[in-house]
Design a protein around this ligand. Sequence first.
Ligand code: SF4
Length: 252
Amino acid sequence: MRINLAKSAGFCFGVKRALKIAVNTAKTEKNVCMLGDIVHNEEVVKLITKSGIQKITLLSCGKSKTLLIRAHGACRKTFAKAKKLGYRIVDATCPMVKEIHKIVMEKEKLGFQIIILNSLHKIKKACVVAQSTQNFDKVKKVLKIIKAKIKNVKFFNTICRPTIIKQEEIKKMPLGNDVMIIIGSKNSANSKRLYEISRNLNKNSYWIGSENEIKKEWFNNAKSVGITAGASTPEPAIQAIINHIRNYSSKD
Ligand code: SF4
């Protein structure tokens, strides 16, 4: 059985950057915490926690503490609250997400209603941005509807480059492979979108987090398997799954 790994599988540059910042911060600072998960992957969160960064769900007194802001950013209120509570802030927000925030703030000042693919009542002029890992084809469809209802629409394609590349690949791979494996945590929205696109094109598509979830019967009569992985899936997880599939396909 041939195994075809997507070129874009796994970490995007925003995730790599956030993890580098996290590891450096853990080395140089004491009492480092992160609000929620740094990226949407359990293994990565475990590793980061091991490096000494504590995961918190609520902000408390921030005196002598450092707060790490995750790859997908935090709202203005969280930044303001953290500063007020005395945290030193280390911002690992992906530059692509920062870019979305910048567009929204600029256009809001100019009187635009901001639409993050949301409701459309009585709006005269609208600025539309998309969350950075949205399905581009769906965004185009929604934009068409918005344009039919609102006269003055400014659309900024804020879907990030790594997501576009992953989606381009996943529109082709399911057609050229008997089975498709999408690797990523169940709380990873971008992995979910890759799976949805793949499943629409090839019903033998499976979304898994680790090799333990693989079922041998998925590969019955399969000559080729395509593999891709979400932006927060670490390389060792991808390799473990490839080895697992390779191992038992060679035993047949
Ligand atoms: S998926 Fe895109 S926006 Fe999100 S961290 Fe990666 S590069 Fe940045």
